[in-house]
Ligand binder design. Structure first.
Ligand code: AMP
Ligand code: MG
Length: 332
């Protein structure tokens, strides 16, 4: 496989996974990791996730495999779960943003596994977007952001989940969720009563505070227009948003609205992106990043979004939305 050869010789390949598209390079090659940071414009203290296709690859990357990790791996690998281990000396500090831990995941995606096996090395891969933009859920999003900065883009169509993996730190006595994702707090609770969420998952950081997942301190997923989340009863939310639309469009501005099938007809003056039925969280998650990107193309000046707390995926969806909004949420 040509793409495998490119990785092995130090090049970059963007590839689909079940979560989002990744920008991959040889995880054991410091220069390949540096190329990834440069291509994305990513701050070099924001570590990369190392992707493997087979369990035999893990012992080489980590100093130890705690029993807690074994349980989680048995249950959820391959799948949308990244685990944080103490790293081995084999993994260069460039890949881990200088940390002495390493993030490892086994994606549940045929093309990703084929690429990893063909390259013969573990693949370091952050999301394949320009740093700060919404993560790519289609090959064309990768092309928009990274064309000319990546050797090959493998097109696997639309990804399945559409939100990045759940990250769990397994280096302490209890698991700690550093980033919510498809694998929810409740799912992990069934295995470990003591699991908790790092507070950076739900709250903005205070000046000078350092989250355990360095990536959580950066504004992410941000569309070009300002985004405000409006929370409250359906009637109050649409009343508020429609007032904003009226006011802002009288000045000639286009206003975007992130809504659901149930409310798609409630915002006649706005540019609405319907993400699916409210109760169908998987579809909402799947459509979120693409919708944020579409607003960029349509040059709206402001975006209002309904709130999506609740259900299994609510925490993950709201984590991404809140970061995209710079934590700007209004209760009505
Ligand atoms: P991305 O692949 O773009 O979704 O970003 C990877 C995420 O994993 C970022 O938020 C990183 O901060 C986080 N991450 C990667 N390695 C580590 C690590 N060793 N410890 C904590 N978080 C990590
Ligand atoms: Mg990312």
């Amino acid at each position: 496989m040509e793409a495998g050869r490119v990785i092995r010789s130090g090049g970059l390949v963007a590839f689909p996974t079940e979560t989002v598209y990744g920008l991959g390079g040889n995880a054991l090659d410091a220069r390949a990791s540096e190329k990834i940071y440069a291509a994305k414009g990513r701050p070099s203290d924001n570590p990369l996730i190392v992707h493997i296709a087979d369990l035999e690859e893990l012992p080489d990357l980590v100093a130890e495999i705690p029993p807690m990790a074994e349980t989680l791996m048995n249950q959820y690998w391959p799948g949308p779960l990244t685990l944080i281990f103490k790293k081995s000396l084999k993994v260069p500090p460039e890949t881990t943003g200088g940390l002495d831990t390493v993030a490892v995941r086994m994606p549940d995606h045929e093309a990703a596994a084929m690429l990893i096996r063909a390259s013969g090395v573990p693949i370091a891969a952050p999301s394949a977007n320009t740093s700060g933009r919404p993560s790519p859920t289609r090959a064309k999003h990768v092309q928009e952001d990274l064309s000319g900065r990546v050797d090959i883009i493998l097109d696997g169509g639309e990804v399945g989940i559409g939100l990045e993996s759940t990250i769990i730190d397994v280096t302490g006595s209890d698991p700690v969720i550093l980033r919510p994702g498809y694998i929810s707090l409740d799912m992990v609770k069934e295995l470990f009563e003591g699991v908790r969420m790092d507070k950076a998952c739900t709250e903005p950081l205070k000046e000078g505070e350092r989250p355990k997942a360095p990536g959580m301190k950066y504004r992410h997923y941000a569309p070009k227009a300002g985004l405000t989340i409006v929370e409250g009863g359906r009637a109050e939310v649409s009343f508020y948003i429609n007032n904003r639309i009226k006011e802002e469009s009288s000045g000639g501005n286009k206003v975007g609205v992130l809504c659901t099938e149930e409310t798609a007809g409630c915002y006649p003056g706005g540019i609405c992106k319907c993400m699916g039925r409210r109760a169908d969280e998987e579809t909402v998650a799947h459509n979120l990043f693409a919708a944020l990107r579409e607003f960029d193309e349509e040059e709206v000046s402001q975006i209002y979004s309904e709130s999506f707390y609740g259900g299994q995926l609510g925490q993950a969806i709201m984590n991404r939305l809140m970061k995209a909004a710079g934590y700007h949420l209004i209760q009505v």
